[in-house]
Design a protein around this ligand. Structure first.
Ligand SMILES: [Zn+2]
Ligand SMILES: [Zn+2]
Length: 127
């Protein structure tokens, strides 16, 4: 019966990877095999999704968008601020408002109503 032995990781680390279905006790100082002769970390380094490009088109209109924290002057001319995967224009056109903004509006409305002694129902009737 042939003994399957650890072999060097086919990834960048070159450390010994133990054969599948063997344990660290059987092969001390080896790494667990993940796939295709790669250890776990080399495998995930190769298979992690590529980072999304900084400037990417709006999913709706295709207009080039820039990340929100970026200064306008650091971005190519004509880019729009990105909200999620949409440009700010499409985002607003869709009537989507960020939860933070909703919370802000609620707070403002609440303090307004409180200052008016909660006369919101009367206001509705009057209008
Ligand atoms: Zn490796
Ligand atoms: Zn758009």
């Amino acid at each position: 019966m042939a003994i399957r032995e650890p072999s060097p990781c086919t990834g960048e680390c070159g450390r010994l990877v133990r054969p599948p279905n063997t344990t660290i006790e059987e092969w001390p100082h080896t790494l667990g095999h993940r796939a295709r002769g790669l250890c776990k970390s080399c495998w995930s380094a190769e298979n992690l999704p590529a980072p999304k490009p900084t400037f990417r088109p709006c999913e709706q209109c295709g207009h080039t968008t820039r990340p929100k924290p970026m200064k306008v002057t650091d971005a190519p001319e004509g880019t729009r601020v990105r909200v999620g995967e949409l440009c700010a224009v499409c985002y607003q056109a869709n009537g989507q408002v960020s939860p933070a903004h909703v919370a802000y509006i609620r707070r403002e409305l609440d303090s307004y109503l409180r200052s008016r002694g909660r006369v919101d129902t009367k206001l509705k009737e009057a209008s």
